[in-house]
Each structure stands twice: as C-alpha cells, then as structure tokens.
Design a protein around this ligand. Structure first.
Ligand SMILES: [Zn+2]
Length: 255
C-alpha cells in the first residue's frame, strides 16, 4: 500500500458514516483524488481546520490497488481561505473550489490548474478584492481548458478588437469574438449579443500578464466586472452544460 506525500487543495468534502468524511482534493502532482478522512467529524480530529474548500494543505495518503478511494493519513493547513476573513471572499471560495472540481479529472495531473487555485487563494488571503480575483480565475480556468475564444482580433475581418475602441461580441455558440460591425452582419443590427467593452478587453490583457496577487492595481469598474461575469457565465454554461450550485448561490446573494 504505497504512501504518497504532497501539497494539495481541498475541493469539497461530504459526510461518511458517523464520524468520517470523504475529501475531494487536487494534488500538485497526481491530479484529483478522493479519499476517506477517518474521524474527521470528531471534535479533536487531526484534520481539524484543514478541510475547508480551497485550503492549501500538506497531505499524505495511502493508495490501494483497484480502489477509487484513497485513505488520508494526515492533512495540515498551509494557507486557509479563512485568512481572507471577508464575507464576499468566503462565499466565492466555494465557487472556485466547485469549478475546479467540475473541471479537474481524477488521477490526471494538472499542475497549471493547481497553481491557478493556489495563486487565487493567496490573492484572497492577501486582501485583493474579490471581483477581480473571480474574473481572473474564470478567465484562466476557461483558458486552461482551451475554451476561451481568442479576443485579440475579430474572427471574421481581423480588426484588432481593443485598438478600435469598439469592443467585442461573443457569437451565439460561444466559440468566437467578432467586432461589432461583423456581429451586426451575422446577427442583424438589432442583435443583442454578449459583448465586452474595450475596458473589459484591457482587463483580460492585464490578466494574461500579471499574477492574481497584483490585481489590486488593475482597474475593474462595476460595469466591466458585470460584462466579464456575463461572458464567463455563458462560456461556462456552454461548456459545462449545466449550472453550478454555487453560481445560483452567488446570484441569490446579489439580489
Ligand atoms: Zn470584424
């Protein structure tokens, strides 16, 4: 029964039996794992404080041949989202963890996804405002999955989408951005597609260059935040083909 030691991000947990938990976690080196934490629901458990979603932990676990579930031997918190101690940051933590859980494949190493999760956690813990961190996270998650449409030039005519100060339209199937002229030709002038303003494209360009801990210096107005959120939600809906539980929770909070 081999024992593995690594760093990992907690994605979610659920109850098992009287006192245990099943823990879903993304390891730095071996992809997503699912394991049993014996006694995790007991008051003085050795897992106390380490199993909140998006906690970065040092873990060790046993893997058994022909078993899907591993057995967690210990999990020790290295960086906790509770450090952010802002209500809006804490409500988003579950959203980030759920998205990573949806997209991470079991046993398929994905260090870039792991690094996106840890840098997102570090930015929240360092006090970077939640909105830019959320839009950055969505942008990179969709990019890492290869489903973020190119947003530098118009797919049809090649016009630079930011240079013209005109913005970009996302087409209905979510695969291409076009300039407003081309979008008008394909959808009719009165088509009200999903659009990004030049300011939103500038935020994406900055997100391609800086780590999330530097986002406090990148401008993001409430209007641009909303534009990016709408585009990202529609891309996620198209590619996940369902609405996430935590998306509904966030929308209800906004009301
Ligand atoms: Zn065009």
């Amino acid at each position: 029964m081999p024992l593995y030691k690594t760093d990992a991000l907690i994605l979610r947990t659920y109850k098992l039996g009287e006192a245990d938990r099943i823990v879903v976690f993304l390891t730095r080196d071996r992809g997503k794992k699912r394991g049993v934490a014996n006694g995790a629901r007991r008051p003085r458990s050795r897992f106390a404080g380490a199993l909140e979603p998006l906690t970065r932990v040092g873990v060790s676990y046993y893997e058994r041949e022909h078993r899907d579930l591993v057995r967690l031997s210990y999990a020790e918190s290295q960086c906790s989202p509770l450090l952010a101690s802002r209500p809006d940051a804490l409500t988003h933590v579950g959203y980030f963890a759920e998205l990573m859980d949806e997209w991470a494949q079991e046993g398929d190493p994905n260090e870039r996804l792991y690094r996106l999760g840890t840098s997102t956690l570090e930015a929240l813990a360092a006090g970077v405002p939640t909105a830019p961190v959320a839009r950055y996270f969505e942008y990179w998650l969709l990019r890492l999955q290869g489903v973020y449409p190119p947003h530098i030039v118009c797919h049809r005519c090649g016009t630079a989408l930011d240079a013209e100060a005109t913005g970009a339209n996302l087409d209905a199937d979510g695969h291409r951005f076009t300039c407003p002229d081309c979008a008008g030709q394909t959808m009719g002038e009165d088509a009200r597609g999903v659009t990004l303003s030049p300011d939103a494209l500038a935020f994406l360009a900055a997100s391609g260059r800086v780590p999330p801990t530097s986002l406090a210096g990148v401008p993001l107005s409430a209007r641009v935040d909303r534009e990016l959120e709408v585009v990202h939600r529609s891309l996620m809906r198209l590619h996940l083909e369902k609405e996430l539980r935590s998306t509904r929770v966030l929308r209800d909070l906004r009301r």
